[in-house]
Ligand binder design. Structure first.
Ligand code: T3D
Length: 262
């Protein structure tokens, strides 16, 4: 994983992916979006990787679209729909489709597409200094990167509307109250806390997590009856995994299970 704007390392079953354009608060240019897509695609398929940790370099998580690249001087305005289609949408689809836990360590401000990138992840751990800003309205845009899908489902329609219209900074503490963030910790222990969480998830029954994620993805637009049927189908699949057999055996033998993700 050697790229210009994305750093990647793999340790203890966890792929740590770092957005790395700190001078512009890790704002997305086209290259960083493409590199993130390639990285997510690779770690999603890598059997050694059983959990993913996404974070940002420097003082910010991500300031969304690089506005200098989006509006180049002396050039005709770009088609923003095309930028969203080629850059952000594949990233959100990948995060949701990867059947492994994706933990997001929100190390600082997450604005625009950066805020919604974080919300597309499975579990968020934030530094006390972190914040979330639906900054799109300040420049006349609509919230993209899945924001209009995830945010109302996470906080309710009216709160999401207010966050999107007012573009106010939501502190990490408030984000936790709203249920956006799982845990808020001092910045000094953010990486350690988020990595421990990802490593712990990576050591557990990860096929089960993958199937759970598949069920949760579907639940966002499903009715109860069809979701119950889907649970039957996925539980059938979970029941055939080595990890299920190992989990039950370990429970009955009163020992710690040795899960392998199979
Ligand atoms: O292509 C399309 O446009 C369609 C897709 C859209 C998706 C989107 O994400 S639209 C939303 C784009 N993002 C924003 O509008 C956020 C812009 N940034 C801010 O509002 C603020 O920078 C923050 C609230 C994120 C942080 O504020 P603060 O005071 O902590 O930092 P700062 O001083 O504003 O920024 C520090 C530097 O980063 C600064 O550069 P300098 O002066 O040190 O040379 C600033 O210009 C640069 N920077 C911050 N955000 C961006 C950026 N440069 C380019 N693009 C950015 N998004």
């Amino acid at each position: 994983m050697a790229y210009q704007f994305i750093d990647g390392t793999i340790a203890d079953g966890v792929a740590t992916i770092t957005l790395n354009r700190p001078d512009v608060l890790n704002a997305f240019n086209r290259a960083m979006a493409a590199e993130l897509q390639l990285t997510l695609g690779a770690v999603g398929k890598d059997p050694v990787v059983r959990a993913i940790l996404l974070t940002g370099a420097g003082r910010a998580f991500c300031a969304g679209q690089d506005l200098a690249e989006a509006v180049p001087p002396d050039a005709p305005p770009p088609d923003l729909g095309d930028i969203v289609k080629a850059g952000y949408n594949p990233i959100v689809r990948l995060i949701r489709a990867i059947e492994k836990p994706v933990v997001c360590a929100v190390n600082g401000v997450a604005a625009g597409a950066g805020a919604n990138l974080a919300l597309a992840c499975d579990i968020l751990v934030a530094a006390e200094e972190a914040s979330f800003v639906q900054s799109f309205s300040r420049i006349g845009l609509i919230p993209d990167t899945g924001g209009t899908f995830f945010l109302p489902r996470l906080v309710g329609l009216h709160r999401a509307t207010a966050m999107m219209f007012l573009a106010e900074k939501v502190t990490a503490a408030r984000a936790r109250e709203l249920g956006l963030v799982h845990e808020v910790v001092p910045h000094s222990v953010l990486h350690e806390t988020a990595f421990s969480l990802a490593r712990s998830l990576a050591s557990q029954a990860t096929r089960g997590f993958g199937l759970t994620k598949r069920a949760l993805n579907r639940s966002l637009g499903a009715d109860l009856d069809s979701q119950l049927e889907y649970e039957e189908e996925l539980q059938r699949e979970a029941g055939r995994t080595h990890d299920y057999e190992e989990g039950v055996r370990a429970f009955l033998e009163k020992r710690k299970p040795q899960f392998t993700g199979r």
